[in-house]
Ligand binder design. Structure first.
Ligand code: S3P
Length: 180
């Protein structure tokens, strides 16, 4: 694989909600000196509605359509891309992700995540309680999908964000980045 300079790599972060895609993504982007594109924020800005408003007013399928278009628009740009937790659900999105390495899965258990995001009203899929149960159901369906797209898996639950960041940077340097 051809080695790239820092501003030519486009790492994509995937994983369940609460795994730290946006916050790790922000730090990673700062280190690589490239922008962060947060897919949820990108959609919110484009549509002019919050995620809960989109889910309530237009429904989850409409949100997934927007998510697929947004993903298509941003993949390949010189940026760190933090996806929403469900971006891997559609086959077409998984195919796109596989065409745009490196894809990095921040893997965390439902128990770890539930402690961080219990009852988050900005996350429609868990807003009404039973967070752990819902995350367990999501993990069962999604873990194999995340795994099928991932070029690198970081055990987020066992690592502090600083260590997660170091681990991703090491992976990128060893596999994607020119060592100048
Ligand atoms: C979702 C995750 C959310 C957001 C939407 C749906 C999901 O993003 O896209 O609420 O299906 O897991 P985060 O993973 O950034 O919370």
């Amino acid at each position: 694989m051809a080695e790239k300079k820092k501003d030519q790599v486009s790492p994509v972060l995937i994983g369940l909600m609460g795994s730290g895609k946006s916050s790790v993504g922000r730090r990673l982007a700062a280190h690589l000196e490239i922008p962060l594109i947060d897919l949820d924020e990108y959609i919110v800005e484009k549509v002019g509605k919050t995620i809960p408003e989109i889910f309530t007013g237009l429904g989850e399928e409409a949100f997934r359509d927007m998510e697929s278009s947004a993903l298509r628009e941003v993949l390949g740009k010189p940026a760190v891309i933090a996806t929403g937790g469900g971006a891997i659900l559609r086959e077409e999105n998984r195919a796109l992700l596989k065409e745009h390495p490196p894809v990095i899965w921040l893997k965390a258990s439902p128990e770890f995540l539930a402690r961080r995001i219990d009852g988050d009203s900005n996350r429609p899929l868990i807003a009404e309680g039973e967070t752990l149960k819902k995350l367990q159901a999501l993990a069962e369906v999604r873990y194999p999908l995340y795994e099928s797209c991932a070029d690198y898996i970081v055990p987020r639950g066992e690592m502090k964000k600083r260590i997660v960041l170091d681990s991703i940077l090491r992976f990128l340097h060893d596999n994607y980045l020119a060592s100048d």
